[in-house]
Design a protein around this ligand. Structure first.
Ligand code: SAM
Length: 196
């Protein structure tokens, strides 16, 4: 199956009562193909489905698509993802379950307190800026993986995800996790929570 064919698979984001599916993840403007590939891999492992909103066109770049494929370790070809092509499709997706923003900012529910539902849609934000404020405002709830208050400013990268960017990352210095790492922790917690 080609990458393009799986990318357009519409059934992946339908609301489901299927007990074989543990939840859904929406990637909101992620720029790193490594992160996207790693998330596809961990999502497949714990029976999550993935949708990708990609206004900057990472998915359309052949070189970055190959990196996604490499880091997905076959999950791209086996399950793929649903591509959310417009703000309207994003709205439609948000009507199929609770939209949950993954964020480091309050107000949010701490992950150990979160009451998981299989129809939830957890949203991972951009590596530099997180989720836009207007998107967070539309979410039913936000969730935070609790962290220690370690001051951790980000130094300049040798090979930045977005070479054209000059501004510092949002909330620079505030503790935060890598996007794929956050998705992995969330997905595993959901897997454990749903098993009771
Ligand atoms: C590298 S972080 C973005 C950090 C960004 N500077 C900010 O201010 O949000 C990328 C994404 O990972 C997720 N994330 C990172 N740490 C998290 C945490 N402790 N709890 C929940 N989500 C987290 C969020 O979705 C975030 O948008």
């Amino acid at each position: 199956m080609s990458t393009e064919a799986v990318a357009k698979h519409p059934a992946l984001m339908a609301p489901t009562q299927d007990s074989q599916i543990n939840g859904r993840l929406l990637l909101h403007d992620l720029r790193s193909p490594i992160n996207i590939g790693m998330i596809l891999r961990v999502a497949e492992t714990f029976r999550f489905r993935v949708a990708i909103y990609d206004p900057s066109g990472v998915l359309d770049d052949p070189a970055r698509s190959k990196t996604i494929s490499d880091f997905a370790c076959g999950a791209l070809q086996r399950l793929g993802y649903a591509r959310i092509g417009s703000a309207g499709e994003l709205d439609a997706l948000g009507r199929t379950g609770r939209l949950i923003g993954m964020t480091i900012e309050p107000p949010s529910v701490s992950l150990p307190e979160f009451d998981f539902r299989r129809s939830d849609i957890f949203t991972v934000g951009n590596e530099y800026d997180g989720l836009p404020a207007d998107f967070v405002a539309r979410c039913s709830l936000n969730v935070t993986i609790p962290m220690e208050d370690v001051w951790s400013p980000k130094p300049k990268s040798h090979s930045p995800i977005d070479p054209g960017r000059n501004r510092p990352v949002s909330n620079d210095g505030k503790p935060n996790l890598n996007a794929a790492m956050s998705a992995g922790i969330l997905i595993y917690s959901a897997f454990q929570g749903l098993r009771g």
